[in-house]
Design a protein around this ligand. Structure first.
Ligand SMILES: [Zn+2]
Length: 437
């Protein structure tokens, strides 16, 4: 089955803009990118004409906890440790079960599809349920079962989580949409021994590892007290850090730690909304990119963002670096777009498969409708994508050649039902919440 997708503008990757172009898709993959009219004799079964749109690779949300949408707006205006220890962890202990994950992930997927995310890396619980729901919706995900030194909502001890993870990896190892992995929570919440065990398991199956690193100054101080080392140095010294490690946040790295990240080929993910809201700090990602470090963009969970909107995140990231550096040329629009697409794909281990629109890659793409006052006039599509577009302008989403959203209608999830179920579940939280957090 061949589809030709036409659009007024195509932005296939950083630095390239095609006007009046077409993308040829055969089954799950991209077969070619053309200037329109397509070459003589080009054959296809279906034409999808997106009209006055910008067609781009779909966004890669490189760090989230998707089911946490059900905790959206429950605990705001708090510092990270108080937010986590006194609110989030007790709520998770009480409410997170299979049903929570099923309902939460489905709602999160609706929100992600509407805001142009085609792939996400998720660290949370009951990932076998998240995998099932995500696969059904047709999105791509790197799913890591969260592991920590105390009981999780799902497992009584880390060894049971490791055992589950081994089975989970076995089950999805060759899947086209689900990429199973493991997610040790952070160097301050996992012992050295546990970190070594998770890395061994990840190495055995050559899967990425998701972990929070250097999110706050407080965390850096905890590590200094415990090991006499900052988080990145500590992880490097126990041979944890390499190209398969996805370090979320990396707000507080010194120059030597940036060098270590580059040498080891480890990637960092930037979650500006969450870092701003929890006052964790501003990761100097413009400097990271200049140093050659791999950088991705993510939303974090909706309990600290409070949404999963990558368009908004890209916008905030671009603005924030300029003030951080007091330099309006810092993180230019192309770089902001890059970390939200190709950069994200590279960091989560899917760089050879998604992140750009190129022949041979999966046909994972989205389109913004340009018929909007805030996108008029148009001189430079990349400027609009980063500085003016809104996620509500996205009307078309395709993953692996399959149309997930068309004309603003989601094809793979019953959106009304997903929202109704989430509302219903929130009633249980409201009723039981008193006295917990
Ligand atoms: Zn996180």
């Amino acid at each position: 089955m061949k589809k030709l997708i036409k659009s007024r503008f195509i932005v296939p990757k950083k630095g390239t803009i095609i006007e009046e172009g077409g993308v040829l898709v055969e089954d799950a993959h991209i077969k070619g990118i053309y200037e329109c009219p397509p070459p003589e004799g080009l054959e296809y079964d279906e034409l999808i004409d997106l009209g006055n749109s910008i067609l781009t690779p779909g966004f890669v949300n490189a760090h989230t906890h998707s089911a946490m949408v059900l905790f959206r707006g429950l605990a705001d205006d708090l510092p990270l440790m108080e937010w986590l220890l006194q609110h989030i962890w007790p709520m998770e202990k009480t409410f997170v079960n299979e049903e929570f994950i099923r309902v939460g992930v489905e709602l999160a997927l609706v929100e992600m599809i509407r805001s142009g995310t085609v792939a996400f890396a998720d660290m949370y619980f009951y990932q076998e349920v998240a995998a099932e729901v995500t696969k059904k919706a047709g999105l791509r995900a790197v799913l890591g079962e969260a592991i920590i030194d105390f009981p999780t909502p799902q497992f009584d001890n880390p060894d049971d989580t490791l055992k589950f993870t081994r089975e989970f990896i076995g089950q999805y190892k060759d899947d086209e949409l689900i990429y199973p992995t493991i997610a040790p929570h952070a160097p301050y919440s996992c012992s050295e021994n546990l970190l070594r065990k998770t890395k061994e398991l990840a190495d055995e199956y050559e899967v990425p590892v998701l972990i929070h690193v250097a999110e706050t100054q407080d965390e850096v101080n905890q590590l200094l007290d415990r090991y006499g080392k900052t988080p990145v140095r500590f992880l490097a010294d126990i041979d944890f850090l390499d190209k398969n490690v996805v370090c979320a946040h990396v707000v507080w790295l010194d120059d030597e730690e940036i060098r270590i990240m580059v040498e080891r080929g480890a990637g960092g993910t930037h979650q500006p909304s969450s870092n701003l809201k929890l006052a964790s700090g501003i990761a100097p990602i413009h400097r990271y990119l200049k140093a050659g470090m791999k950088v991705a963009l993510g939303t974090d969970g909706a309990a600290s963002n409070n949404d999963l909107d990558m368009v908004n995140e890209m916008h905030i990231a671009a603005l924030l670096q300029k003030v951080k550096e007091m330099d309006p040329t810092a993180l230019p629009a192309w770089d902001a777009f890059h970390i939200a697409t190709q950069g994200g794909a590279e960091v989560i281990g899917l760089g050879d498969r998604i992140g750009t629109l190129e022949e041979g890659k999966y046909a994972d793409m989205i389109a913004f409708n340009l018929d909007a006052p805030h996108l008029t006039p148009i001189y430079n599509p990349i400027s609009h994508l980063v500085y003016a577009a809104k996620s509500t302008d996205i009307h078309f989403v395709m993953v692996g050649g399959k149309v997930i959203m068309e004309d603003g209608v989601i094809k793979t999830i019953d959106e009304e039902r997903a929202i109704a179920r989430a509302r219903e579940f929130s009633q249980k939280i409201i009723e039981k919440r008193a006295g917990i957090a």
